[in-house]
Structures are given as C-alpha cells and as structure tokens.
Design a binder for this molecule. Structure first.
Ligand code: CA
Length: 236
C-alpha cells in the first residue's frame, strides 16, 4: 500500500505505530533518531512521514526541514508533546502538513493517516468514511446511517463505532478502545466500554428493524472474551 517512515525515539509509541500500520499493509520503516531519519529519507521515497519533534540527537523542526528538502512530495505529520503553539507554527513553516499533540488517540492518528493517504491518491473522499454492508459511518460529518436512515448516536457511541469500523474485521483490545475513545489516562470502570457496546448493538438492531422492508445487512460487534471486540462484516 503506502510507504511510511516513523521517526520516534519512544519505544512504546514506535512499536505500537509500527505494528498497527503494518497490520494495514503499509511498508513501515522506523527510525529512532533524527540523523537516521534524514539518512533514510535521502535514500528511499516515502508517502508519509510521522515525525516526533522531541528527538534525542537533532531538533525535530530541523529534521522536518531536511526531510522536506529531499522528499518534497511526501506528507509530513508532526507528533509533538510540546504545548507551545510557536513550535507548531514553526513546524508547519518547516514543511509539515499536519500535527498531533501527544497524548493522542491511536484511532485519531490512524484516521488522519488514512485521510492524508487518500488525499494523495487521484480520487476518493478526503474524510474517512466507512461503509460496511448497509452501515455507513461518516467520521467527517459524524453521522451514522443504516440502510440510508440516520441513526442518532451519543458522542462516545459514535467514537466507539468509528474506532471499530476503522479496523473492521480485526480484533481491537479493550485497552486500545478505552485509550482511543475515552482517554489514555482513563481510570474509570472499564464497564463503561461494555455499556456503550450494548447501547450501540441495540441502536443498530433497532435501525435495522425500522428498515425492515428490505433485508438489511449489518456488521456485528463480536465480543472477544478476555480481549476486546471486533466489528465483523455481514458476509464474513
Ligand atoms: Ca520523543
């Protein structure tokens, strides 16, 4: 699919990003230093670079500028722990296309990457939209449709459904769901997740019933005991 370069010295974040992006069939190179990143970007072409601003050897802004010089076409997304807006502005001037402030939800990052990669493609929507059977999840407009009828979802129900839809057919752990939909530092009861899943199932089933005139094919939210959930396409 796409060739991605991750520049991140944090082992945990780097590892998660690498494995998740590979799951989506992307070719991923992970560099832990600014010098390594510049070297890599000089010898190989990339569609998208995820660049952490806080690197051990070089200033991330400088790395950003150097990568931009040798890869004028690629999408550059900065990851920053800095809250200082100046850094972001300087980063954008150095050639970044987008930025995310840490801590960010993995789901949000993956959705943005998908949107950027689609934008680079000749055709296709810019906003991440998922169509699975008769279910449409439009993350740009934050609207959900079952067989063409809109389903009203609460904020977290929508976030949860988009997160599952973005990885349809794949197991998503409870940990990931809670981190992406609620907060990385969620200390509340994880029962909250199950309550939201139950509500989602009920609302989707009601919507399918309401459209009973035709046969409606909806994905199922499958419970994976001891792990998490998976959104299964109706055919699978
Ligand atoms: Ca760092």
């Amino acid at each position: 699919m796409a060739r991605l370069l991750i520049v991140e010295d944090d082992e945990t974040i780097g590892k998660v990003l690498q494995s998740r992006l590979r799951m989506h069939d992307h070719e991923v190179v992970w560099e832990r230093s600014g010098r390594g990143a510049i070297r890599e970007a000089t010898v190989a072409g990339f569609d998208l670079v995820l660049l952490d601003l806080g690197l051990p050897d070089l200033d991330g802004i400088e790395v950003c500028g150097q990568i931009r010089r040798v890869q004028p076409e690629c999408v550059l997304v900065m990851l920053t722990a800095r809250q200082d807006e100046m850094d972001v502005i300087v980063g954008l001037e150095a050639g970044a296309d987008d930025y995310l402030t840490k801590p960010f939800g993995l789901g949000e990052l993956l959705a943005r990457i998908r949107a950027h990669l689609r934008r680079g493609a000749p055709a296709g929507p810019v906003r991440p939209e998922f169509t699975i059977g008769d279910l449409v999840v439009d993350t740009g407009a934050r609207r959900c449709f079952v067989a063409g009828r809109e389903v009203t979802l609460r904020t977290k129900e929508f976030d949860l459904l988009s997160r599952l839809a973005s990885d349809a057919g794949m197991a998503v752990s409870r940990q990931d769901l809670i981190a992406d939909v609620w907060d990385e530092n969620w200390f509340g009861s994880t029962k909250t997740l199950d309550v939201h899943v139950a509500a989602l199932r009920a609302k989707l089933a009601d919507a399918a019933d309401a459209a009973a005139a035709e046969e409606v094919t909806l994905p199922r939210i499958v419970t994976l005991r001891g792990h998490g959930y998976r959104l299964d396409s109706p055919a699978g």
